[in-house]
Design a protein around this ligand. Structure first.
Ligand SMILES: [Zn+2]
Length: 124
């Protein structure tokens, strides 16, 4: 068992704050998708999920903690929101983040626009 305050201390000891985005980047162990993980009790939990729980309280079973900033390693509670699995899938598709996106199939317009905007910003 862990005490909530202790967990928060553990979390905050393992982050680097990005001065530009405000992301709290997890510096310890990550899984193959880039999500921070840490051991709590006898199992591993997602660092961003643990961060949500220490700041806002428990997440219901079946609910996911999602990133507004689209940075898997980020655990800034201000960048997180809770949604269902369906929301998570929709969110992934919207951001073009799912790996299995078929080749040649256009990304949703919103993603393309966002990428174009980034490109324009870079070339400006
Ligand atoms: Zn973030």
């Amino acid at each position: 068992m862990y005490v909530r305050g202790d967990l928060r201390t553990r979390l905050l000891a393992k982050i680097a704050v990005d001065p530009i985005t405000g992301c709290w980047l997890w510096k310890a162990a990550k899984n193959n998708k880039g999500y921070g993980v840490l051991r709590v009790g006898d199992g591993n939990v997602y660092a961003h999920r643990a961060s949500w729980v220490t700041h806002f309280g428990e997440v219901k079973t079946g609910q996911c903690v999602l990133h507004r900033c689209d940075v898997p390693a980020c655990i800034n509670p201000d960048h997180l929101f809770v949604g269902s699995h369906a929301d998570n899938t929709a969110d992934m598709l919207r951001k073009g983040r799912n790996r299995g996106w078929p080749k040649g199939r256009p990304f949703p317009r919103e993603v393309v626009e966002r990428r174009t905007a980034t490109r324009l910003r870079r070339s400006a």
